[in-house]
Design a protein around this ligand. Structure first.
Ligand code: 13P
Length: 287
């Protein structure tokens, strides 16, 4: 079922678990994540960055593929199709194309402009039952050419944005996209606690889920994080499994070059990673 992310995240916040956002890149990725959600009776959020959207021939292709796949695979768990780090124009384009949830990332604007633009996205999304994620304090690392400085969000600014009526709020707490550097200082739980205090029941979003130690993820969830984004980790699992298949020469045996065979180990690897994350986040059997 394609739904907005609002209800699943409200439930997650109340139940002290988190729903995973897993970014998709193609048909195999989407199928692997949807099937894993269904097998584990877990709600799920499919994340699509603007770059991945372009790669998959535009938001409409993605939305139509996801809707058709939900139907043909008989997926009954709640699924949200979410624009990840959307620009202002991108947020409207994704809503027009049929996405059920959008992130407008205005963290690189000044707080006033971030507020004005977020308000307009909320107004249009609200008319259509689409959920909205906003961001305060850029998430570090690079994602699709958007480079964030790894800031720690100002809890008062978080409150100003939360009060606009967004459905979920991403706040930088020292997290970064991609693999963490060896000298990473870890998540800033003091700031997370302050943000949680100021924003109350607002589901908080932890970006950069790849490589955060399990204990830190659990602690973040206990402090109000209700959505954890994972992208790089599925890419690494997929690449490692595909590499193994080729290094073992399996693509050269029989019809091992057939993409349905060649991509199968990577597909299974994504499934295993997603399952592991759903167990860690506590979303299994919460559909
Ligand atoms: P990772 O690629 O570090 O898992 O981050 C994903 C993310 O935050 C998507 O918005």
């Amino acid at each position: 079922m394609l739904v907005s992310a609002k209800e699943m995240l409200t439930k997650a916040k109340a139940g002290k678990y988190a729903v995973g956002q897993f970014n998709i890149n193609n048909l195999e990725w989407t199928k692997a994540i949807l099937l894993t959600a269904q097998e584990n009776n877990s709600p799920v959020i499919l994340g699509v960055s603007e770059g991945a959207g372009k790669y998959m021939c535009g938001f409409k292709t993605v939305a139509d593929m996801v809707k058709a796949m939900i139907e043909s695979l008989g997926i009954t768990v709640p699924v949200a199709l979410h624009l990840d780090h959307g620009s202002y124009e991108g947020a409207f384009n994704a809503m027009d194309a049929g996405f059920s949830s959008v992130m407008f990332d205005g963290s690189h604007y000044g707080i006033e402009e971030n507020i004005e633009k977020t308000k307009e996205v909320i107004r249009v999304a609200g008319e259509r039952g689409i959920s909205v994620e906003a961001e305060v304090g850029a998430i570090g690392g690079e994602e699709d050419g958007v480079v964030g400085g790894g800031e720690v969000a100002d809890p008062d600014e978080c409150k100003s944005i939360a009060d606009l009526g967004v459905d979920m709020l991403a706040a930088g707490i020292g997290n970064i996209h991609g693999v963490y550097p060896e000298n990473w200082k870890g998540l800033n739980f003091d700031v997370l606690e302050q943000i949680q205090e100021k924003t109350g029941t607002m589901p908080l979003v932890l970006h950069g889920g790849t490589g955060i130690p399990e204990e830190m993820v659990k602690k973040a969830i206990s402090l109000g994080v209700s959505k954890v984004n994972v992208n790089t980790e599925c890419q690494l699992s997929f690449a490692a499994a595909t590499r193994k298949y080729i290094e073992e020469g399996k693509d050269q045996q029989g019809k091992g070059f057939d993409p349905r065979k060649l991509l199968a180990p990577g597909f299974e690897a994504i499934k295993a990673t997603v399952k592991e994350k759903m167990e860690l986040f506590g979303s299994v059997n919460k559909a």
